[in-house]
Design a protein around this ligand. Structure first.
Ligand SMILES: *Cc1c(COP(=O)(O)O)cnc(C)c1O
Length: 362
């Protein structure tokens, strides 16, 4: 069985973790600070604040932006549920705005319609799904025009860029995840990026029980801190990230060139965009038939995601605002195949030759 994902950690992560373990400083400290500095430098972000997960990074980005209970936040209906749940944590109201079927990201045109229908919206969370950046230049123009805060959910797009500018540096905030299935990992962890200096103190305080001086608490905060142990893994993973992403792109390039079977709609990469292929996601008409085929061939796969967020039971209990026709179409058709950097050339050959043999109906 060729697995869909496989984290790659080595001796470098182990050595630095050992250093932390015997330093006596297991919780937050200098390794977390170094990881934040390194990540900021890599991205070209002014500031970075490390957190316990991608979800906590999204939550704190929203709270730092000053979103109040009952206020509307626009987001995509087609993402991992954490994106929208962060809005619920802040007691704000998600408004879903439909995606573009070519890249599965929020559509700027649809975003304009959503803002016109919900002119009281205060912010948006934009996801760079599967590692392909959303159209940030258009989106920032709209955000500036309507005075909306932009939070980029970069959990699947470490290092992805548009005309050389990396995602996580376009909006007021970015949120990254270092879960083991992502392009780089810490075990569990997250990072908030921001370009706004005033937001850094607020985010730092909110991840640390709202503390602004020792045992002085101004705000209701959380324990969302990253530990030195996790940061040690992250520091070494960040060194490897460019190589990991190159390998993902190389495999994706082979897939895109060599899979010519008309049963599949392949992912696109818009001109000037750098796709980091967190997933290589195909669209197929008869998904059940295709996944039975993949199982028979021992090729791992994933469905990201089988349901739109507003179609999840948790959200069906609420009144869902917005539009999600394309998202529903995508949810019925998508299948991700392995594209992780641990794949061997033989495994890639095997996947390609089998996909070429797949027959939609027989
Ligand atoms: C993984 C992921 C998250 C959540 O990150 P965690 O570190 O697992 O909390 C949020 N948004 C998207 C799009 C993700 O893929």
């Amino acid at each position: 069985m060729i697995p869909l994902v496989k984290p790659m950690v080595g001796i470098e992560e182990q050595m630095l973790m050992n250093e932390v373990l015997f330093s006596g400083k297991l919780a937050q400290g200098e390794y977390v600070e170094k990881f934040e500095r390194d990540f900021a430098l890599y991205l070209g972000s002014n500031y970075c604040v490390a957190t316990s997960s991608g979800t906590s990074a999204l939550h704190i980005a929203l709270l730092s932006s000053g979103i109040q209970p009952g206020e509307k936040v626009i987001t995509t209906p087609f993402s991992f549920i954490a994106t929208a749940n962060a809005i619920l944590y802040a007691q704000a109201v998600p408004v879903f705005s439909d995606i573009e079927l070519q890249d599965y990201n929020i559509s700027p045109q649809c975003l304009l319609d959503t803002i016109k229908k919900h002119p009281d919206s205060k912010a948006m969370i934009i996801v760079h799904l599967y590692g392909h950046p959303a159209c940030m230049e258009e989106i920032m123009e709209i955000a500036n025009q309507y005075n909306l805060i932009v939070i980029e959910d970069c959990a699947q797009a470490h290092g992805a860029s548009i005309n050389g500018k990396k995602v996580g540096t376009f909006g007021h905030f970015g949120a990254f995840s270092f879960y083991p299935t992502k392009n780089m990992t810490c075990g569990e962890g997250g990072m908030i990026t921001t370009q706004v200096k005033e937001m850094v103190q607020k985010a730092r305080s909110l991840i640390n029980h709202g503390q602004t001086a020792k045992y002085h608490h101004d705000l209701l905060g959380y324990n969302y801190r990253m530990t030195n142990i996790h940061a040690a893994i992250g520091i070494e993973q960040l060194h490897k990230l460019p190589g990991f992403n190159e390998r993902r792109k190389e495999i994706a390039k082979r897939y895109s060139r060599e899979i010519t079977n008309p049963a599949f709609m392949k992912p696109i990469c818009l001109p000037g965009f750098e796709h980091v292929y967190h997933q290589y996601t195909l669209a197929v008409n008869n998904r059940n038939r295709f996944i039975t085929f993949l199982e028979a061939k021992g090729i791992g796969y994933g469905i990201h995601y089988p349901k739109t967020i507003p179609d999840q039971p948790l959200y069906l209990q609420r009144e869902n605002l917005g539009s999600f026709t394309n998202a529903r179409k995508a949810a019925e058709r998508v299948v991700s195949i392995p594209v992780h950097p641990a794949l061997t050339e033989q495994e890639v050959d095997y996947i390609i030759s089998n996909l070429q043999k797949y027959a939609e109906n027989e």
